[in-house]
Design a protein around this ligand. Sequence first.
Ligand code: DX5
Ligand code: ZN
Length: 224
Amino acid sequence: VHQPMIAPSILSADFARLADEAVAVSGRDGAPGADWLHVDVMDAHFVPNLTLGLPVVKSLLAATDIPLDCHLMIDDPDRWAIGYAEAGAHNVTVHVEAAADPVRLARNLRAAGAKAGLSVKPGTPLEPYLDVLKEYDTLLVMSVEPGFGGQKFMAEVLDKVRTARRLVDTGHLRLLVEIDGGINAETIEAAAEAGVDCFVAGSAVYDATDPGRAVEALRGLAAT
Ligand code: DX5
Ligand code: ZN
């Protein structure tokens, strides 16, 4: 068992001050800080919302040392995801519902030097994708319908987390289990018990008066 990872989502940050918002969660006085910075890319097609894209990610990569966890909620990731890997994103996650050839996509992402992530919406089962998941480094389980921050945690996805955890612990899959949506001080312990390795938190971090302290508090709760 290793330390829980925390990935603050900048979706709830101040977009005019993104570099400062990254620094705010990067740790201070020797404290570890965020493991990854979660970047929600939305195209107003795969999801009804629009956020940011590759130019902003490139600027963030130049402005911070925190590894970027790019969550692409976009159509046609087979075409667009590679640019994020080539730019230097640590982890590039695509949606299985949007990818035409997720196996090839994972291989291309890894060949470009990134970790490859596969995300499933709350209603998408894992079972049809077990072979596909063998090609991936991260499984991102959505615990809200993708598109917006600040939504209510859907506890029913924890069954899927438990399934993934079991497959990893029995050696059938080798990946990090990440959860995204509605993670806060009230919900993170249940997610940790179900077997999550990495916790995305947007509003719980950036709506807090002290985002850095919020990261530490969440990590403490996930570790108990
Ligand atoms: C939602 C995004 C999430 C979002 C989470 O579609 O993928 O990363 O930022 O925000 P909270 O933690 O507020 O639910
Ligand atoms: Zn996300």
